[in-house]
Design a protein around this ligand. Structure first.
Ligand SMILES: [Zn+2]
Length: 121
């Protein structure tokens, strides 16, 4: 399950995103302990060959986390639309899905409009 604290944390993280259409926040947690925080953001390295590439929230949330802590952890992805401010579908893309599964996470929760959905990895 996703506690109220983790839900609000992901929502707050999404506000930091600089994406023009979709803001996502991701919290990686285990037994209610927060391990990683992320949001989608424009790649800031000026050497980046593609100015439109974004770092996804799920990938960002794994930065600096001890890989052994990620085994058995869960992730929650919150997504909102910038224009309307409404909650959207935060289902991870295939790359993030695969990445989190390879890192040993066992479950991903994500917003799906007014519902919360879960993916077992
Ligand atoms: Zn992704």
């Amino acid at each position: 399950m996703v506690s109220d604290r983790i839900y609000k944390l992901a929502k707050r993280l999404a506000k930091k995103s600089n994406h023009g259409r979709y803001r996502l926040g991701c919290v990686i947690f285990k037994h209610n302990e927060v391990l990683g925080l992320g949001y989608n953001m424009l790649r800031t390295d000026p050497r980046s060959p593609d100015p439109w590439k974004f770092i996804h929230a799920e990938f960002h949330a794994t930065f600096g986390v001890d890989p052994s802590d990620l085994i058995g952890a869960s992730a929650f992805v919150y997504m909102e639309r910038v224009k309307s401010g409404t909650i959207g579908i935060g289902k991870p893309c295939q790359h993030c899905h695969k990445l989190l599964a390879q890192l040993g996470l066992k479950r991903i929760f994500y917003t799906a409009n007014k519902e919360l959905k879960v993916l077992d990895l």
